[in-house]
Design a protein around this ligand. Sequence first.
Ligand code: SAM
Length: 245
Amino acid sequence: MKIDLVTIFPGILEGPFKESMIKRAVDRNLVEINLVDLRQYTHDRHRQVDDTPYGGGCGMILKPEPLFEAVEDLKNKTAANRTRVILLTPQGHKFNQQMARQLSGEEHLIMICGRYEGVDERVRSGIVDIELSIGDYVLTGGEIAAAVVVDAVVRLLPGFISEEAAANESFSEPLLEHPHYTRPPEYRDMKVPDVLLSGNHGEIEKWRRQQSLKRTYERRPDLLEQAELSTEDMEYLENISKSNN
Ligand code: SAM
C-alpha cells in the first residue's frame, strides 16, 4: 500500500510514522508513506496555497489549483490500479473500524489535510472520493486526523498483527474486547480472576466472551444490535439485564 499525505505542514506528520510499529511496517515495505508538501505545487514567488473567501468572512481557504495539481501528479506517479482520494473534514463520514478495514484493502490512498477554514468546495466535488471525520469536534488541521486514519488502516494490513489479534480486538465483531491482565497475579489487593490462572482454555474463552458481552452492554449497548449473538450469548445478556433491574 502507498499513502500520500498532502499537507502544508509536513513537519507535523514526521513524528507519528517514525516510531514503533508503524515504522516497522514502513521498514518491512508493508506500506510506503509519503509526506507531500502542497507548496511544491504552487507557481508564484510566495508559494501561496490559500486565499480569502469569496463573499467575505473570516479565515483563509486552501486554493483549488495546488490541490488539483498535487492529486493529478500523485495519481500519475503510482503504478496502483486504483487510487482513493480522502479529504479529512469534520463534515465527513465518521471514521470507524469497518472503514479502516475497507481502506486497508486499497492500493493507493491520497489524504488531503485541510487547514484554516478548509478547502475550496471544488476540491471536494472535483477530486475527492471519500470525506472522513475522526469525530464531532474541530481540529486546527487535518494532519492529526490523517495520522489517526493511517494508524488504524496500517495496523490492519496483512502481516502487521496476527489474524487472531485483529479478529479479537474491540469493534472487530462488533463488540468491545474483554479485559486483559498480566503479571503479577496480585497487586495492591487486586487479584487476577482465578479462571485466567486455571489453564482451562475452554473456561478462559467462555469468560472472555462473557466479559466482552458485559463490557459492550455496559458501555456501548448500541453495538449489540449489530453483533451476531448465539443463544448462549443472549441468555447471558438477559441475566445481566435482570440482575441490573
Ligand atoms: N471550517 C470548517 C468547518 O466548519 O467544517 C473547519 C475547518 S478546520 C478548522 C481545519 C481543517 O482541519 C479541516 O479542513 C480538516 O481538514 C481538519 N479537521 C478539523 N476537524 C476535523 C475532524 N473532526 N476530522 C477530520 N478533519 C478535521
